[in-house]
Design a protein around this ligand. Sequence first.
Ligand code: RNT
Ligand code: ZN
Length: 424
Amino acid sequence: MKDKTIIESAYKYAKEQYTALGVNTDEALKKLDQIKISLHCWQSDDVGGFETPDAELGGGGIQVTGNYPGKAKTIEQLRADIEKVMSLLPGKQRLNLHAIYGDFKGEKVDRDQIEVRHFQSWIDWAKKLGIGIDFNPTCFSHPYADDGFTLSSKNETYRKFWIEHVKRTRKIAAEMGKQLGTPSVNNIWVPDGSKDIPVDRNTHRSLLKKSLDEIFEIEYPKEYLKDSVESKLFGIGSESMVVGSHEFYMGYAVKNNKLLCLDTGHFHPTEQVGDKISSMLQFIDELLLHVSRGVRWDSDHVVIFNDEIQLIAQEIVRANVLDKINVGLDYFDGSLNRIGAYVVGTRAAQLAFLFALLEPTKKLKEYEEAGKNFERLAFLELMKTKPFGAVYDYYCLINNVPVGEDYVADIQKYESDVISKRKS
Ligand code: RNT
Ligand code: ZN
């Protein structure tokens, strides 16, 4: 345990440093506290879910590597893990649930049959914790996804099946939002695409558009449900064409005013997701972020405090659009302690927002407008060595969660007391 007075005096020193630059650290922490990061349930069990019989991961574009022992096998274990994670994070989070994580109680419920009742125990659990839930249709890990196409399938039986599934997720998500008093973001991602060079891209894209139009026919109140669509660049098995590309969904979201989900792992490696935010928000009301860390391909590494996430947070704070952004995490790394993966990734995202909130943006903008580019660069560099870590430590202290490296020992203890006792 850290000495409280040391953390407090470090904060006092930090506060003086930032005040000298015209930045109010208390205000920054208040704003940080409003950012609710949606924890993706699928990091806890490598996107397995609770369908009966156990679904095998597959169906294009989703891949988890690593077999670190002790992944959550039951709803109770998953909830215990998420509660543990939340106990190590300052502030309040949300839960991001996938449709395959329903409380099916041993019953075989196909995707086109899911109902609110299968998620009621999740809603009750969330209510108890005082958190919101976000939701996702699961259009993979199913025989009807095995040929690589779902909502854009030329097989009408399959396409109709997936349309019905996604419609039901919207209904369930709206009910979650209603009962929990905070809108649920329902994010549609489909793996559709082809491994080799297709000849007929157009038909698949027009089918995807047609399916989405049908899915969105029913309107739900905005206070309950926010619809979002997520693009991708490529996946394993969809290397040559992804039906739901960035252009496709950008067009769809703009035309229909849906949320667009920008996943950090779904763009060319030299593109910056942070740069896209102020472009998209000229045309749609809100964005969903899947904060991830693409390494060579896709999005499966634990988020760290890197340039990419810093720019994302800076662009949001600088453009003053925090109220238009929904933040979720999206990575699944099965090669390390999964609780640790959540805590490291969420803390990194929080740190990025804090770093951005502690920036003397007004001063930097003044330099920029005056053409003082040296001064702008100098202060951007200087901010990197300011004591933002002390501000974050203080945030942890006042939220009664482990400060600094203390959470590592906590997770090690959970691993030996709980995780290592799970049968693999
Ligand atoms: C996959 C997408 C999608 C998934 C989740 C599990 O490439 O990023 O968001 O990770 O739906
Ligand atoms: Zn994603």
